[in-house]
Write a protein that binds this ligand. Structure first.
Ligand code: CA
Length: 288
């Protein structure tokens, strides 16, 4: 039942512009959850975004390097991350990231924890992403959207979710979107140059599962997917955009948002599975 309901909500969601979508989703979901979806005990009260930006003025100015602004940092040797009006999903500006390639892995980082405080339990990270170019003379190159958190077994920062966008030229997996489910890479679709994608990653750091919505379509079924390397994770810490070595890229990020549960369509789909897994985990305290 949750998947069916989520499908209906997706149709409703598409009727709204992105700028209004998040808040209206929260309203729709509040009603749905309220009528008894049987989700976790956390469900029921919609909350405001923990962090949200459309990269517009006055918070961001045209041409600005985002390094050091609102938790954003650029530790890349070969990439720039600036506010641009070359393309925008909302308003007139977006974050434009370009990489000229080079012999190191570059990354643009958003320290979510510094902006949103402790981020626990069920969380949704949403954004619109538009890739114009990802090219390399070498196979296997990609830009990877990474969500990081605290690995409970080591109490250190680790990759929780990795979504890789493969290069666009002559690669056997060109233009594919590859997501790691536990220890397994799964192809969940393809990206098209110069088209905005609506991405929403819903996470549950108690059940240690996630799901990904691409333009409203869920990448995984009601069971969701396991965190990378089957890790048990606590707080969400960072969102990163990583470029493998020798990748030339140009892409845009807009309407970036971090929302606590249950303000996510994906969570509706996950709900049933999460309850089951949570109960299962309770019988295996050694896994916590
Ligand atoms: Ca914008």
């Amino acid at each position: 039942m949750p998947a069916i309901v989520a499908g209906k909500v997706c149709k409703v969601g598409r009727m709204y512009s992105r700028s209004n979508m998040m808040r209206k989703r929260i309203g729709v979901l509040g009603v749905l959850v309220g009528v008894g979806m049987g989700l976790s005990s956390h469900a029921g009260v919609a909350e405001a975004a923990l962090y949200e930006t459309g990269f517009e003025a006055p918070d961001f100015t045209l041409g600005q390097n985002i390094h050091g602004i609102e938790g954003w940092s650029n530790t890349a040797n070969h990439a720039t991350a600036t506010i641009s009006d070359d393309a925008a999903a909302s308003g007139s500006q977006a974050l434009k990231i370009t990489s000229t390639g080079g012999g190191s892995t570059d990354q643009i980082n958003h320290d979510v924890a510094s902006q949103a405080g402790q981020v626990l339990g069920q969380i949704s990270v949403g954004m619109r992403l538009r890739i114009d170019t990802l090219t390399s003379s070498l196979d296997g190159r990609d830009m990877t959207l990474v969500i990081r958190g605290i690995d409970e077994s080591t109490n250190t920062d680790a990759d929780m979710v990795t979504i890789s966008f493969k290069r666009s030229n002559s690669d056997t997996v060109a233009n594919q979107i590859i997501v790691r489910n536990g220890f397994t890479d799964v192809s969940v679709g393809t990206w098209t140059a110069e088209q905005w994608m609506d991405l929403e990653i819903s996470l549950d750091t108690e059940a240690d599962v996630f799901n990904l919505s691409i333009n409203g379509d869920m990448a995984f079924g009601s069971e969701g997917a396991d965190f990378r390397s089957n890790r048990s994770m606590a707080d969400l810490t960072n969102v990163q955009f990583r470029h493998t070595v020798w990748l030339t890229s140009s892409y845009f990020v807009d309407d970036y948002i971090v929302v606590p549960e249950p303000a996510s369509l994906a969570l509706l789909v996950l709900g049933g599975a999460l309850c089951l897994r949570r109960n299962r985990k309770r019988t295996l305290p050694s896994q916590r």
